[in-house]
Design a protein around this ligand. Sequence first.
Ligand code: UDP
Length: 328
Amino acid sequence: MPQPVLVTGGAGYIGAHACKALKAAGYLPVAFDSLVTGWRDAVKFGPFENGDLADRAGLDAVFARWQPVAVMHFAALSLVGDAMRDPGRYWRANLLGALNLVEAALAAGCRDMVFSSTCATYGDQDGVLLTEDTPQAPINAYGKSKQAIEQMLGDFGASHGLRSVIFRYFNVAGADPEGEIGEFHRPETHLIPLMLDAIDGRRPALTVFGSDYPTPDGTCIRDYVHVTDLVEAHVLGLKWLGEGGDSRVFCLGTGKGFSVREVIAQSRLVTNREVPVTYGDRRPGDAVSLVCGSERAVRELGWRPLRSNLEAMIADAWRWHQTGGYRG
Ligand code: UDP
């Protein structure tokens, strides 16, 4: 009997890929999702539990039903722009959701948690290579709510023996190379899927948010990680805890940043099509450059991000994009 792992946000982009990786590693991924931003069609690798982290009684029932050995916590609101406009929604959903989840897990005797945090907890550090030791200084409610959850996990570790592996990452891209699942948001806000929409005419053009940044070509720089590499790290984190490892924080990036213009140029090469582009204002809340190193994950978890090159990420995203995404 495979060991059950509760995957919150299991119908979302990264959560669904995590479920696939967990199944491949011999676990039973139980996808827990409110379907507010997730898709029922993305749940293909194990059972589905429709619920909301705000509902403690519902969570207790899920823990009683499946008795998971661990939790992978992805469910969260995650758009910087939304967080700037409506911080209360972010604090409520992310912080209270995580608190309910931790308390329900501990009440059920489940003490291992892999948590999806973010490099947004570092704020705008202006081109510094981010590592686990970089001081955190989040600048919006999204990053602040994630930092608060990290601290909360530490407190429950000290008092209740909760063990956590926290991953901080930023720009996740690409899709399942076998084409079963991929990135699909409504509305879409992320660079690569928006660019692919513009390439195949689903949108008139991609708007580049700012071309006067202090970078070599004037556009923002980000560190893009392939979603299959990212979820592989999560499985390694789960195994780390399963083998008795202590609570840890790991950054997941490639240590190499690409500007928006470089991503556009690579998309032109991969798809062999023109990218219709317009240039607009900077987007509020955007940092100039976010790049993170992951030597610790490589050294301690044995992480090997083999697909995290721009060409593979865009090629996999493009293949998925042409399927038209989920229906429901
Ligand atoms: N971006 C852009 N146009 C868009 C969407 C994004 O120029 O329509 C830029 C954005 O300013 C950032 C990068 O692309 O520099 C990645 O943005 P995305 O929203 O994909 O991820 P984020 O960095 O916000 O997590």
